[in-house]
Design a protein around this ligand. Structure first.
Ligand code: ADP
Length: 238
């Protein structure tokens, strides 16, 4: 069994079948993107892995253990959302420390961990700032630091770049990837942006209407699409 194993996942909202027999194996340290148009079920898959949604059927194993019945905290997962998810009334350091406080980590260790995380994201001196005093790109790096501070087993990124300017978006792609590789943290990244998925991932899952159309390396997805949908969707690079 892989580090993260998703099997036969199904989810409907009322009559709408949003995720259909979704299967995915992710190895430890792998960076896998869920790529597809808006509404194809990417976020719903991610939210089921995080524990914010319960699947109708199927299993999600992390390190061999089915987590479907575990709450979000017990899963030891870190998540970064699209934007504006920092606590506006807390400083950068307090934001990064938030999950540690909840987990009951002591003061000295929390201070160490916050320092380590701020240096990891390249903002060692900005701990006393408030979110509104920082650029969007810096705020997303802080959100990443906050997610990583608790040393999660899996990192889930839900369109973390889509609210940012094009220039910042491109530089943040490589920064996120560098941090992910340095920590060797298993990551699932949701995006509708082909370039992001192609440039950042070890593997890509192209989704369409709640199903995985194709799973493969960026090279294979780009050069050997197995369905017309994948060819069209990935072929529309600007
Ligand atoms: P994506 O991330 O690919 O844009 P989502 O997983 O967010 O897609 O949504 C897939 C579909 O499920 C959409 O049609 C969306 O409107 C619907 N959906 C998502 N969450 C809910 C919900 N809590 N209640 C009802 N419908 C939902």
């Amino acid at each position: 069994m892989s580090f993260l194993e998703i099997s036969h996942l199904e989810k409907s909202f009322g009559p709408l079948r949003v995720v259909k027999d979704f299967n995915l194996s992710v190895e430890k340290g792998e960076f896998v993107s869920l790529l597809g148009p808006s509404g194809c079920g990417k976020t719903t898959v991610l939210r089921m892995v995080a524990g914010f949604e319960t699947p109708d059927t199927g299993s999600i194993h992390i390190e061999g253990k089915d987590v479907v019945r575990l709450g979000p905290n017990a899963r030891k997962i870190g998540m970064v959302f699209q934007a504006y998810a920092l606590f506006p009334n807390l400083t950068v350091s307090q934001n990064v420390a938030f999950g540690l406080k909840v987990a009951g980590v002591g003061k000295a260790e929390t201070a160490d961990r916050v320092r380590e995380m701020l240096s990891l994201i390249g903002l060692p001196d900005l701990g006393d700032r408030y979110p509104f005093q920082m650029s969007g790109g810096q705020q997303q790096r802080v959100a990443l630091a906050r997610a990583l501070a608790v040393r999660p087993r899996v990192l889930l990124l839900d369109e973390p770049l889509s609210a940012l300017d094009a220039k910042i978006r491109v530089s943040l792609r490589s920064q996120i990837r560098e941090i992910q590789q340095r920590l060797g943290i298993t990551t699932i990244f949701v995006t509708h942006d082909q370039e992001e998925a192609l440039s950042m991932s070890d593997r890509i899952v192209v989704m369409n209407g709640g199903i995985a159309e194709q799973v493969g390396t960026p090279f294979d997805i780009y050069n050997k699409p197995t369905t017309k949908f994948v060819a069209n969707f990935v072929g529309t690079l600007n």
